[in-house]
Design a protein around this ligand. Structure first.
Ligand code: ZN
Length: 107
C-alpha cells in the first residue's frame, strides 16, 4: 500500500519507493516486531495499542486512506478480508496477560 501511494505521490530517481516511504516501512516493521499481538495483529485502526508515534501514525493514516479504496480494485479478496478483520475486536494486552494468568492450562 505504501508503494502504491508513493508511486502516485512521490518520485524517486530509480522509480522505486522513495527514501521517506522506505523509512516509514522500516519503522512499521520495527513496531510490528514489538507488537504483543504478533501475526494475530488487528488492523491499526482497531488496535488498542497506539504504538506509532504521532508523525508516523498520521503518515500511515494518509497512505491507508489513499490506498485503501484502490486496493479494492487491485486485490478485492484481500481488501474484503481486511475489512472483515477491521471489525474483529481484540483484548488489550493487559487483559490478555490477565486471562493467561487465570487459565494457565488454556494455551
Ligand atoms: Zn514515497
Amino acid at each position: 500500500m505504501v508503494a502504491l501511494y508513493c508511486r502516485d505521490h512521490h518520485t524517486s530517481a530509480d522509480g522505486g519507493t522513495c527514501a521517506e516511504c522506505r523509512e516509514l516501512l522500516a519503522y512499521a516493521e520495527r513496531r510490528l516486531a514489538k507488537c504483543p499481538y504478533g501475526k494475530d495483529k488487528p488492523t491499526c485502526a482497531n488496535c488498542p495499542v497506539h504504538c506509532y508515534k504521532a508523525a508516523q501514525r498520521e503518515q500511515a493514516r494518509v497512505i491507508m486512506r489513499y490506498a485503501g479504496p484502490r486496493m479494492l480494485w487491485r486485490h478485492p479478496l484481500l481488501a474484503v478480508l481486511h475489512l472483515v478483520d477491521g471489525r474483529r475486536r481484540v483484548p488489550h494486552p493487559l487483559e490478555m496477560r490477565r486471562a493467561r494468568r487465570e487459565s494457565p492450562h488454556d494455551t
